[in-house]
Design a protein around this ligand. Structure first.
Ligand code: IDP
Ligand code: MG
Length: 139
């Protein structure tokens, strides 16, 4: 089934100028970038985007990290795009991520783990709408 998912290239990756490398890995995994923009999140945007984690001990650190530099937000499309993206991203903790995944090969740490990906169809729809309107998504 063709799906769409929300991907974010996080500040540790934009800082190291490795967006192209990450996008190549996504493309090699069968995903297509159908909308994309480089933005600097406000504190409110970061807090709202990650509000599901507001009770987590790492929430503050995560939000500070996410506003520490620009990010690239993008909509990915492909067969089973949500799980496909999660697979190529690798485990949240790069030390536990499988070889060949983005986080294993490129991430800095558990917090600075280079990429975000939606984890369900419901969240993908909400997260895409958080950053993009229908007319932004050109295919
Ligand atoms: P995910 O990005 O793999 O879906 P989540 O559990 O949704 O992982 O956590 C969101 C983000 O919060 C992670 O990608 C990572 O940047 C950060 N994070 C998760 N767990 C921890 C932690 O235990 N300490 C610090 N940061 C964390
Ligand atoms: Mg998550």
């Amino acid at each position: 089934m063709t799906e769409r998912t929300l991907s974010i290239i996080k500040p540790d990756a934009t800082r190291r100028n490795i967006c192209g490398k990450i996008i190549s890995m996504l493309e090699d995994a069968g995903l297509r970038v159908i909308a994309q923009k480089r933005i600097h999140l406000t504190e409110n945007q970061a807090k709202n985007f990650y509000s599901v984690h507001s009770e987590s001990p790492f929430y503050q650190e995560l939000c500070e990290f996410m506003i520490s530099g620009p990010v690239v937000v993008q909509v990915l499309e492909g067969e089973n795009a949500i799980n496909r993206n999660r697979d190529v991203m690798g485990a949240t903790n790069p030390e536990q991520a499988a070889p060949g995944t983005i986080r294993k090969e490129l991430a800095v740490s558990l917090t600075e783990n280079s990429v975000h990906g939606s984890d369900s169809p419901e969240n993908a729809a909400v997260e895409i709408a958080f950053f993009f309107s229908d007319t932004d998504i050109v295919g």
